[in-house]
Design a protein around this ligand. Structure first.
Ligand code: ADP
Ligand code: MG
Length: 254
């Protein structure tokens, strides 16, 4: 039996900002229906890794394969077609649009014509987008908020809507940047369950500071420190790795 290809594989990724090596020779694989965590102290390079995968920063070196096929580093406008979606570290909803409209904006790749006009102008497109957006809202248990203005939501509720907006494009790879950040204990448990369920539909790449979330939802974890992968494996392996313990000693990672 052959091993299935990773849906996403990064090799020898380096990113320099001037003289600073933000990432050096980073490797990472993500398989179908897997939740993979990227952890590391502040400044380790986690956001830079996400940004390289999303076309926000340009790698100095390295290669990317998607489903076993070599691919140039994606540009931001190609992400939806490549089946990649991300949430932002902040929430990033349009405050004076409704929740449903915010989620519909994530689905405009399914429309025949351009962006806002497709979402809000043409009745056939609009009905289709509305339906997809409602389904995405259902997946985060958010249909009850559909017609509220985004700025009337609590912070935890707006985080789940941001996830619905990413899900509506039906990504194969969902990148979540600190989904549990700023949440209280009860909402963290809820987010934990949601991430766990998400992998039934897609693979998840997760940057998260809450170690209990990372340890409980991730199938595998990569640990970055000063731009390099210092450990990778399942949570037990990573938790006990002396290199990880040493890198975190004194940095107060929970
Ligand atoms: P993390 O997300 O793990 O906290 P980052 O990826 O944000 O780390 O940062 C990695 C390193 O790269 C840090 O030293 C940071 O200061 C630097 N860095 C990040 N983005 C930029 C940028 N746009 N220009 C210059 N330096 C940057
Ligand atoms: Mg960061």
């Amino acid at each position: 039996m052959t091993t299935p290809s990773a849906i996403l594989a990064v090799e020898k990724l380096s990113v320099d900002f001037g003289g600073l090596h933000a990432l050096r020779d980073v490797y990472l694989e993500l398989y179908s229906q897997e939740v993979v965590g990227v952890i590391g102290p502040n400044g380790a390079g986690k956001s830079t890794l996400f940004n390289a995968l999303c076309g926000i920063v340009e790698p100095t070196d390295g290669s990317l394969t998607l489903n076993g096929i070599s691919h140039a580093w994606p540009k931001t406008h190609e992400l939806a077609d490549l089946g990649i979606a991300r949430t932002l570290q902040g929430v990033g909803l349009f405050p004076d649009l409704t929740v449903l409209e915010n989620v519909m904006i994530g689905a405009t790749k399914f429309a025949n014509s351009g962006f806002i006009s497709a979402a809000f102008g043409r009745s056939k497109d609009e009905a289709r987008l509305r339906e997809r957006a409602m389904l995405a809202l259902e997946r985060v248990y958010g249909t009850g908020f559909a017609h509220r203005r985004a700025d009337s939501l609590s912070y935890p509720d707006s985080k789940r809507i941001a996830i619905a907006r990413a899900l509506v494009s039906e990504p194969k790879i969902l990148m979540l940047d600190e989904p549990a950040g700023g949440l209280g204990e009860e909402d963290i448990l809820w987010m934990n369950g949601l991430i766990h369920n998400l992998k039934l539909q897609c693979s998840v790449l997760l940057v998260e500071h809450h170690m209990d979330v990372v340890m409980s939802v991730c199938d595998r974890i990569y640990v970055l420190n000063f731009g390099e992968v210092i450990s990778s494996g399942d949570s037990e392996k990573v938790r006990r790795d002396p290199a990880v313990i040493a890198a975190y000693l004194g940095t107060g990672v929970e």
